[in-house]
Design a protein around this ligand. Structure first.
Ligand code: FES
Length: 361
C-alpha cells in the first residue's frame, strides 16, 4: 500500500487494493454540469504535483469498487494547465461508475487515480485548429481550448448536442475569446445555430461555406464513433492530409473495427516471457495462443497498467525489447510508437518462443 493511502482518512475505498502507478486523490468538488454529467476536481498533494503535469487532451484512469466489482474507467481532463485538475463524467445508460459518480460521489471522497495518459495531445505549434465534437467529446477539447486561450491561436469549434440544455461546460465555452464556437442541435431549433446532427452532409456544408477551414494546422475530433468517421472522411475528401487529423475514441469502435490480419502467427507452443514492470523483472512461461500478455500477467497476480482492455486507451502500452508480438487491434498507438516496438499488451500475443518486454521503457 502506498504512502498516500496511509495518510488519508476513513473515506478511502477500502475494497480496492492499492494499484501500482495510482495515487489516492481527494475529491475537492463535484459540480453538476447538466442533468446527466458532473465535473470532478481533485486536490493534488505537493509531493506528487509533478506526476499530474499533463498535455491538454490527455485523460486519467480512475479505479473504484462498486458492489464488490473493481471498475476502471478513463475520463478526459477538462481543466486548463493552470487550473485545479478535473475530469468530466457523463452518465452512460447502465454505466456502473458514471451512475455512481453522479449520485454518490462527494467532496472529500478518495479515489485511486492514474497519472495523465493518452496520445490525443494538443500540437502546441498549431495556430489554427478546427474541431468537430459531440456530447462529452467536448471534455479534452475544452482543455485544449483553455491552453490556447492565452496564446495567439484561432480555434473553430463545432459542437453537436441534442438540445441547448444538454451542452456540457456551456458557461466556460461562452467565456472563451479566441474560439469561434458553433453549436449544432439535433432536437431543437435555435436561431443562429446549426440544426441537425454533424453528418457527412452537414460537415461538407460547413466546409463549403468557409473554405478557410481547410487551411487549419490541425483537426481534432472527439465524441461518438460515427461523428469521428463523418468528419474524418469529409476532411480526407477535401484533401486534408492524414497527419493533421487527430481523434479520440471513448469506446471500442464498431464501424471502424479492424482486426490485424497480417500473416504473423501466434506462437503455437509455450513462450518464455520476461516482463519489466516498475523496475522489477518478472519471468514465466505460458501458452501464447490462449491469452494476451496482459491477461497472463493478471492471472499470475501481477498488476500491470490497463483500463479499457479494448485497444482504445493505450494505458497498457509496453515496449518489446526482444522477440515479436502480434497486436490484434490498435486504436491508440501512433505509427511512430508501433515502429519503435511498442504494443498494447491487452491486444498482444507472442509470436516467438521468447519475448522480453518493458512497461517502464
Ligand atoms: S487497456 Fe486500453 S488499450 Fe489496452
Amino acid at each position: 500500500m502506498g504512502i498516500f493511502s496511509k495518510l488519508f482518512g476513513s473515506k478511502q475505498d477500502k475494497d480496492v487494493q492499492q494499484h501500482n502507478g495510482y495515487h489516492n486523490l481527494t475529491v475537492s468538488s463535484v459540480q453538476k454540469l447538466t442533468e446527466d454529467s458532473v465535473k470532478i476536481s481533485f486536490d493534488i498533494p505537493n509531493e506528487i504535483k509533478s506526476n499530474y503535469e499533463f498535455i491538454s487532451g490527455q485523460y486519467l484512469t480512475v479505479i473504484k469498487s462498486i458492489d464488490g466489482e473493481e471498475l476502471r474507467r478513463s475520463y478526459s481532463i477538462c481543466s486548463g494547465p493552470n487550473e485545479q485538475l478535473a475530469i468530466a463524467v457523463k452518465k452512460v445508460p447502465y454505466g456502473k461508475f458514471s451512475n455512481w459518480a453522479i449520485t454518490n460521489l462527494n467532496q472529500g471522497d478518495i479515489l485511486q487515480v492514474s497519472d495523465p495518459q493518452g496520445n490525443f495531445k494538443l500540437d502546441s505549434n498549431a495556430r489554427f485548429i478546427v474541431s468537430f465534437v459531440a456530447g462529452s467529446g467536448i471534455t479534452p477539447i475544452l482543455s485544449m481550448v483553455k491552453k490556447l486561450e492565452n496564446e495567439i491561436a484561432d480555434f473553430r469549434l463545432f459542437y453537436g448536442n441534442k438540445t441547448s440544455n444538454s451542452v456540457m461546460f456551456k458557461s466556460d465555452l461562452e467565456k472563451l475569446k479566441n474560439t469561434k464556437l458553433t453549436y449544432a442541435y439535433s432536437q431543437e431549433k435555435v436561431e443562429g445555430e446549426l440544426h441537425g446532427r454533424l453528418t457527412k452532409e452537414k460537415i461538407t456544408e460547413i466546409i463549403k461555406s468557409d473554405l478557410n477551414l481547410l487551411k487549419a494546422d490541425a483537426y481534432y475530433m472527439c465524441g461518438p464513433e460515427e461523428l469521428i468517421l463523418n468528419a474524418k472522411s469529409v476532411l480526407e475528401m477535401f484533401g486534408v492530409s492524414k497527419d493533421k487529423i487527430h481523434f479520440e475514441l471513448f469506446t471500442t469502435p464498431v464501424l471502424m473495427k479492424q482486426e490485424n490480419t497480417e500473416a504473423k502467427e501466434i506462437y503455437p507452443g509455450r513462450t518464455a516471457v520476461t516482463v519489466i514492470l516498475d523496475q522489477e523483472k518478472i519471468e514465466f512461461d505460458y501458452n501464447a495462443k490462449d491469452k494476451t500478455i496482459l491477461e497472463a500477467l493478471n492471472e499470475k497476480g501481477f498488476d500491470p497498467p490497463y483500463s479499457c482492455r479494448g485497444g482504445v486507451c493505450c494505458a497498457c502500452r509496453a515496449k518489446v525489447l526482444e522477440g515479436d508480438m502480434l497486436m490484434l487491434m490498435n486504436y491508440s498507438l501512433t505509427d511512430e510508437e508501433v515502429k519503435d516496438g511498442y504494443v498494447l499488451t491487452c491486444q498482444s500475443h507472442p509470436t516467438t518462443d521468447k519475448i522480453v518486454l518493458s512497461y517502464d521503457a
